[in-house]
Design a binder for this molecule. Sequence first.
Ligand code: NAP
Ligand code: ZN
Ligand code: ZN
Length: 349
Amino acid sequence: MTSLTTVPAYAVPAPKAPLERTTIARRPVGEYDILIDIKFAGICHSDIHQANEGWGEAVFPMVPGHEIAGVVTEVGPGVTRYSAGDRVGVGCFVDSCRECEYCERGLEQYCLKGTVATYNGREKNGDPTYGGYSRQLVVDENYAVRIPQGLSLDVAAPLLCAGITTYSPLRHWNAGPGKKVAVIGLGGLGHMAVKIAHAMGAEVTVLSQSLRKKDDGLRLGADRYYATSDDATFSELRGQFDIILSTVSAPLPIDAYLRLLKVDGAFVNVGAPEEPNSLNMFSLIAGRRTLAGSSIGGIRETQEMLDFCAEHGLGAEIEVISADEINEAYERVVGSDVRYRFVIDTATI
Ligand code: NAP
Ligand code: ZN
Ligand code: ZN
């Protein structure tokens, strides 16, 4: 491909507006680029936050989608890692500075110059980036990962964000045998956190707003399941957890959750609510507790996560939808009515 290609896509034309079908231009395949025929794209709650400009000013029209799974159809002359026919994924970023301390350590998500986001971002030359709700994507080979044979593309797509965003902190805070992990929120991220923490050997408790999804939670690998709408949950579970991973998209009463940690326990937040949370410092002081956050994961760790998921047979629980159902799916995600990830069949775009 030597010239710009016109590609069908679904875009948010303006903040909070419904998505509609459109076309976008993809750049020519450069020396180190691969052209991906996108097969499936997951819907992450982050897509909705950004479409609503909930995290601040955004780039419109916006083609969301950073849980991308597809097949390589063309490679540039300098490409060494992939060839046509390979099954690949692309997550939340498509470039970074490649030379800062964090890029060198494979922690590109913390690049000092900022990553180039897969959508709602700008390439180094200033061009807007467009995400996975589209048929094709051109990306530098260093920012794609290989999808192992054991995972089908539809259940693999959500791993590119929901999978790595939960795998990375669970690894970093050493979830494993003998560790008690609580996961707050059984949505897209939360259900992968349960599967992954269980596969790592930790004892897993789900803290959900209600007991509505209890059977699912236990089937996915949770040992215990509690409703946070019940005050008794907070007295019964006091001081029990080594790690609490919050995947909640809205502000939480953090102090109440911090009291559920053991001494030296860590509350790790991956949820990215649009409004700030309040915190009473005594909730940390009281048990030498840590309040932390974590952002997605680097390219190397994303590959490690995919290999781990393939080895343990962990794909996302998905509902495949056609492109004309995206707006309805957004409403259901906002209403915590997702089991557990919507995935767009991009052939319908
Ligand atoms: P999701 O599928 O909507 O799941 C969020 C879950 O949080 C819901 O299913 C619900 O679980 C719970 N929840 C929702 N509103 C709540 C409220 N008001 N109070 C208590 N619990 C509530 O969203 P997601 O795609 O997993 O994303 C979750 C959050 O992580 C979003 O804010 C997203 O932007 C963020 N995120 C961050 C990163 C990162 O790098 N840190 C990466 C991806 C996503 P129950 O029904 O079980 O209560
Ligand atoms: Zn995401
Ligand atoms: Zn960097």
